[in-house]
Design a protein around this ligand. Structure first.
Ligand code: ADP
Ligand code: MG
Length: 310
């Protein structure tokens, strides 16, 4: 019923940061080369993600905000999830429409007109409009109908800071794209296509970028800092698995630190950005609603590979 649906939606989207992550994942899955994020009121007033990706064909756009509507899992893939996209549950747009007001404008490059979708709860309206190729998704008044959720939200400045950090991680792991984040109309982060070093420059400044070295060894790519750029905390160690920024298991952080041997002062950590590629059947991103934790079938082997590469 209505209440059960609201609760389920709140599991997928528990804060504005979740909406940003889901919408950015959709833009990446759509093959976008330019992704722009806007945040107002810490995301409770507005979250908007604009991309120049594949768009949704007018014929199927009305389905997008329905629960479990996804174009990304083959119908015969069954329970043996073989995930090659960042999204796969078909719940993000649905949850955004349940928890707030969803507005989506989309046009595949080959289609003449654009489609517009307004969804609030289970009410879905589709109309025609015109727009550049790609997709713009706007979520307004998040949790306005969920006072319990609204009460437990962080202050908007805190949420904006965390969204900025999240976008920074996307820039670090997807440095070949155009990125832009504005918070309450003010540009917080911009990045033009570059390599990993360029992404470090966009996120942490040129000084840090000048002190990283490339890592490129088959399944492990990115940059690590020279030993002198050492930090008291592990807060600048970034990993992605098949393009998804993840909270790294401590074993992977350890593998990087160990690779420096005695070059790093004890208890410190380097800056690193490492993109890991594993076979889809070797990892399961479906263990956590936010998909930030992935289960790796052979963590030991992956850690050894990371250590050797670094
Ligand atoms: P999922 O990503 O798990 O498939 P979502 O609810 O996030 O589910 O999106 C539903 C569907 O809407 C996607 O499968 C995709 O077909 C389409 N879609 C959503 N966002 C975009 C986008 N930015 N560009 C193109 N298609 C999109
Ligand atoms: Mg998705």
């Amino acid at each position: 019923d209505h209440v059960a649906r609201l609760i389920a939606a709140g599991e997928v989207v528990s804060r504005p940061l979740d909406v940003v992550r889901e919408l950015v994942d959709n833009a990446l899955d759509a093959g976008a080369s330019r992704i722009e994020v806007e945040l107002e009121g810490g995301g409770l007033t507005l979250v908007r993600v604009r991309d120049n990706g594949a768009g949704i064909p007018a014929g199927s756009v009305g389905l997008a905000p329905l629960r479990h509507a996804t174009s990304k899992l083959a119908p015969d893939s069954g329970a043996a999830l073989r995930v090659t996209t960042l999204g796969f549950r078909g719940e993000a747009l649905w949850a955004a429409a349940q928890a707030g007001e969803l507005h989506l404008v989309t046009r595949p490059a080959a289609q003449v007109g654009a489609a517009e979708v307004q969804a609030c709860g289970d009410e879905v309206g589709v109309s025609r409009t015109s727009a550049p190729a790609g997709t713009t998704v706007t979520v307004r008044r998040l949790f306005a109908r969920l006072p319990g959720r609204l009460r437990t939200q962080a202050p908007s400045a805190t949420e904006a800071r965390e969204v900025t950090a999240l976008l920074g991680r996307y820039v670090l792991h997807w440095p070949g794209l155009h990125w832009r984040l504005t918070v309450d109309g003010e540009v917080r982060l911009t990045h033009a296509p570059a390599d990993h070093r360029g992404a470090v420059a966009s996120v942490y400044g040129a000084l840090n970028a000048n002190r990283v070295l490339p890592v490129s060894s088959g399944a492990v790519r990115g940059v690590v800092s020279r030993p002198e750029l050492t930090r008291p905390r592990r807060d600048r160690m970034h990993f992605s698995v098949n393009g998804r920024p993840v909270l790294a298991p401590p074993e992977l952080e350890r593998a990087v630190i160990d690779a420096y041997a005695e070059l790093l002062p004890a208890g410190t950590a380097p800056l690193c950005v490492l993109d890991l590629t594993v076979a889809p059947e070797e990892h399961n991103p479906n263990v956590h609603p936010a998909k930030q934790i992935v289960a790796l079938a052979d963590l030991g082997a992956v850690a050894a590979g990371v250590r050797a590469a670094v």
